[in-house]
Design a protein around this ligand. Structure first.
Ligand code: HEM
Length: 120
């Protein structure tokens, strides 16, 4: 009887150890990037392939944004923003090309279009 309890308890113990080990295998490791599409690295060459309003990527402050679906909603004339497709547009975004920064609302909107990290 005691022997059965002992065997059951030991089996339970190792089952729990195994469960922890398996769960840690797919958990993100501390100190490592989380990976996945959000953290893909985008080069200047790849960025430059998206230089039209139909496929418009911009690098802004070290991150890359896919702005094709946003362009029609931007409040300025299209010719103000469209020339920045396919380029590092940090300066243009930070100044609106008029020495005025975008609002916090614009910053929050921008974050929704992030597709990766810029590696010039
Ligand atoms: C990178 C090139 C860009 C340029 C040159 C540019 C320029 C401008 C200009 C001239 C205006 C209208 C005038 C003004 O409000 O002062 C404006 C307003 C605005 N832009 Fe842009 N823009 C750019 C990119 C973006 C992006 C990527 C977003 C967001 C995804 C954005 C969001 C907004 C918003 C929300 C406004 C309304 C005013 C504000 O919230 O600051 N813009 N932008």
């Amino acid at each position: 009887m005691m022997r059965n309890v002992y065997i059951a308890a030991t089996a339970m113990f190792w089952a729990i150890v195994l469960a922890f080990w398996l769960s840690s295998a797919w958990m993100p490791q501390a100190g490592q990037p989380t990976g996945g599409p959000a953290d893909r690295i985008i080069s200047t060459t790849e960025l430059a392939r998206h230089a039209s309003p139909a496929s418009c990527w911009m690098a802004i402050r070290g991150d890359v944004y896919d702005l094709a679906t946003y362009l029609p909603n931007h409040p300025s004339r299209p010719d103000i923003i469209e020339p920045w497709c396919g380029k590092d547009a940090t300066w243009a975004y930070d100044t609106k090309t008029k020495g005025r920064p975008h609002s916090r609302t614009a910053d929050e909107l921008l974050a929704k279009y992030r597709i990766g990290k810029f590696s010039p």
